[in-house]
Design a protein around this ligand. Structure first.
Ligand code: NAD
Length: 469
């Protein structure tokens, strides 16, 4: 099949060899990804290090304009990028999926272009004058996951470049083509060696995390890998931003209107077919409206089409890979075996090609069930019944993760009061997972540390430097 992605693929595939990447919806070959060795990585870091002073020496205005030009380039290639992303990652073109993700790339490039960190005067009196300056760190190593490969790459690249750092980026081994294509497009406007991709498996990421000439690692991925990177980075005291796993709770309050919130609850949980760090992964609902919330969610879930991403009708896709499919299947099976009630889904069609797992809602589930306390990262939402709000808050706060959370109510003040008792980087009210480039985003507890987005995000890729006289 000839698609709009062929030109981009032609530019990023090796002339021969490479690792074959298959469409998770159809099993068809998408393309071949080059495989970087550790020697290639060392060469990339050396080139990025050499290029960094020249990049940092450009004016703020030049770097701002280049980020806008990068956004223009993404927009000019938006449909090819979205189609390639859909074929490799599995997410449909429509819904909050591939086209949405490519749109977020240009939106974040533009928003980040407009943030700026100005020097601050800290002291200016008879004792002297002290100023705070935000210098670039040097070379940033970016390591990303497979769920939102383009958007998360931009979250790492844009602030780093904005502040005068150069970037070596290692995409996930599952979705290298999406990131290589994005970088190819960005590099049509960026100077040489300011942004260098090194596609490879985990060992290339590990070498990046240990590399003495890498000044900072921005990592998004699982908590387990994050812990390895923290250890690997210790010897060179690298700066780190860790965006790790989540198991976000949502608490519905008794005054919420089940029908009014059902669609937003659904997308909070099932965006990108549940493969989203800050998706709603466990829902706590009071006894008084439990049945109404369950049936409103089933009604929404059963009208959302799931299938291959390039089919314009679909808004839900496959799991990106077999390993993730197995995790979801294991957790739903454990829930069913424990006596929980499957409201919809839970019965994968083994004869169907592709890693499809049906949209699954699970009710009457114990709060300690594995589907509740482990990150499912797929289309299966457990709905836990509670009797008091204090109990729901205690359950919500009982895990090691603390990325996002949400409270659903018609009384916004009451919702804020409950929100203030939740341990999380962000708590949304009557929505879930609504990231915004103006609002710093990061995790509590084992969901990580450091912030992305906004001026706070720029500080994370800068070295504070005080000059005191
Ligand atoms: P992963 O940890 O398996 O892989 C992430 C990246 O790390 C990949 O590029 C991988 O090749 C690389 N890697 C693997 N081993 C490494 C090592 N020893 N050293 C350095 N790099 C190594 O994560 P994933 O499965 O791709 O992503 C899913 C996870 O990411 C979920 O837990 C999800 O919640 C989390 N996530 C978090 C955020 C956030 O912003 N907090 C966003 C998206 C995903």
């Amino acid at each position: 099949m000839t698609t709009r992605t062929d030109d981009l693929l032609g530019r990023i595939q090796p002339t021969e060899g490479g690792r074959e990447i298959f469409d998770p919806a159809t099993g068809e070959l998408v393309g071949r990804a080059p495989q970087a060795s550790v020697e290639d990585l060392n060469d990339a870091v050396a080139r990025a290090k050499t290029a960094q002073p020249g990049w940092a020496a450009r004016s703020n205005d030049q770097r701002r304009s280049l980020l806008h030009a990068a956004a223009d380039a993404v927009e000019a290639h938006a449909e090819e990028l979205a189609q390639l992303l859909s074929r490799e990652q599995g997410k449909p073109l429509n819904g909050p999926n591939a086209r949405f993700e490519v749109g977020a790339c240009s939106a974040w490039l533009r928003a980040t272009a407009e943030f700026s960190l100005e020097p601050e005067v800290l002291v200016d009196d008879t004792s002297g004058r002290a100023t705070l300056h935000w210098r670039p760190l040097g070379v940033v190593g970016a390591i990303g996951p497979w769920n939102w490969p383009m958007m998360i790459s931009v979250w790492q690249i844009a602030p780093s470049l904005r502040q005068g750092n150069t970037v070596v980026i290692k995409p996930s081994g599952y979705t290298p083509l999406s990131v290589l294509a994005l970088v190819e497009v960005l590099n049509t406007v960026l100077p040489e060696n300011v942004l260098i991709p090194v596609p490879g498996r985990g060992h290339v990421g590990e070498a990046l995390s240990r590399h003495p000439d890498i000044d900072k690692i921005m990592f998004t991925g699982s908590t387990a890998t994050g812990k390895s990177i923290i250890k690997a980075a210790a010897d060179t005291v690298k700066r780190l931003t860790m965006e790790l796993g989540g198991n976000d709770a949502g608490i519905v309050l008794a005054d919420a209107d089940p029908k009014a919130i059902a669609e937003d609850l659904f997308w909070g949980a099932f965006i990108n077919t549940g493969q989203t760090c800050a998706a709603l992964k466990r829902l706590y609902v009071p006894e008084s409206i439990y049945d109404q919330v369950c049936s409103a969610l089933v009604e929404v879930a059963e009208k959302m089409p799931m299938g291959p991403g390039l089919d314009e009708a679909n808004v839900l896709g496959p799991l990106q890979n077999e390993a993730q499919w197995q995790i979801v299947d294991r957790l739903v099976t454990a829930a069913r075996d424990s006596g929980a009630r499957i409201l919809t889904g839970g019965d994968p069609d083994h004869s169907r090609s592709g890693h499809f797992y049906p949209t699954t809602l699970v009710a009457d589930i114990d709060p300690q069930n594995p589907l509740v306390v482990e990150e499912q990262f797929g289309p299966a939402l457990p709905i836990v019944k509670y009797s008091t709000v204090d109990q729901a808050i205690e359950w919500a706060n009982s895990l090691n993760e603390g990325l996002g959370s949400s409270v659903w109510s018609s009384d916004l003040d009451r919702a804020e009061e409950v929100a203030s008792q939740l341990v999380a980087g962000t708590t949304w009210i009557n929505k879930h997972g609504a990231v915004d480039p103006r609002m710093p985003f990061g995790g509590a507890r084992e969901s990580g540390f450091g912030l992305e987005f906004g001026v706070e995000g720029l500080k994370e890729v800068s070295q504070p430097h005080i000059i005191s006289r």
